[in-house]
Design a protein around this ligand. Structure first.
Ligand SMILES: C[S@@+](CC[C@H](N)C(=O)[O-])C[C@H]1O[C@@H](n2cnc3c(N)ncnc32)[C@H](O)[C@@H]1O
Ligand SMILES: [Zn+2]
Length: 137
C-alpha cells in the first residue's frame, strides 16, 4: 500500500483554549490529516490517569473501544493539541486500530482544526467553542 500524503499543520495559540492546531494548506473534505498517537492502555489504567489529568483540567485519553484507550500525554504527537468544538470541521475515525483525525468538510489555510471529543466522563470543563455554548467536556 502506498504512503498517503499528510498535509502541513501547525501548533499555535488558540482562541478556544491554550494551544490549538491549524491548517497550513487547504484541505478537502475527508482528507486524513494526522494520526492520534500515544500510549495504548487498558480502560482500567485509563480511569486512574483520567482522574489525575482532570484535576488539572486536561483531557488526553482517547477511547478506541470498551477495552482500550490511547493516552496522548505519553508519546503523543501534535494531534493532542487539537481542541474540541461542538460544530467541528474535523472528525475522528478508527481505521485498522489507528485513530485518524479527518477533515469533515473543506478547510481553508489558517483555520483551526477541531473535532467533537464525544467525552463520556465527568463533564467538568465548560466548552468555549462559541459564546453561550452549554456543553461540558
Ligand atoms: C487534548 S487538549 C487540547 C490542547 C489544549 N488546548 C492545550 O493547550 O493543551 C484538551 C484540553 O483542551 C481544553 N479544550 C479543548 N477544547 C476546548 C473547548 N472547546 N473549550 C474549552 N476547553 C477546551 C480542555 O482543557 C481539554 O481538557
Ligand atoms: Zn461547545
Amino acid at each position: 500500500m502506498g504512503e498517503i500524503y499528510l498535509p502541513k499543520i501547525k501548533r499555535k495559540r488558540s482562541k478556544l483554549h491554550g494551544w490549538g492546531v491549524f491548517a497550513e494548506e487547504g484541505l478537502n473534505k475527508n482528507k486524513r490529516i494526522i494520526r492520534y498517537e500515544g500510549e495504548k492502555i487498558s480502560s482500567k489504567e485509563s480511569e486512574d490517569r483520567e482522574d489525575r489529568y482532570l484535576r488539572r483540567g486536561e483531557i488526553w485519553c482517547f477511547r478506541i473501544n470498551t477495552h482500550w484507550v490511547i493516552d496522548a500525554n505519553v508519546r503523543g504527537n501534535v494531534a493532542r493539541f487539537i481542541n474540541h468544538s461542538c460544530t467541528p470541521n474535523c472528525y475522528a475515525n478508527i481505521i485498522g486500530g489507528v485513530i485518524w483525525i479527518i477533515a469533515g468538510k473543506r478547510i481553508e489555510e489558517g483555520e483551526e482544526l477541531a473535532y467533537d471529543y464525544h467525552t463520556d466522563g465527568d463533564k467538568e470543563i465548560p466548552c468555549r467553542c462559541r459564546p453561550g455554548c452549554q456543553t461540558w467536556l
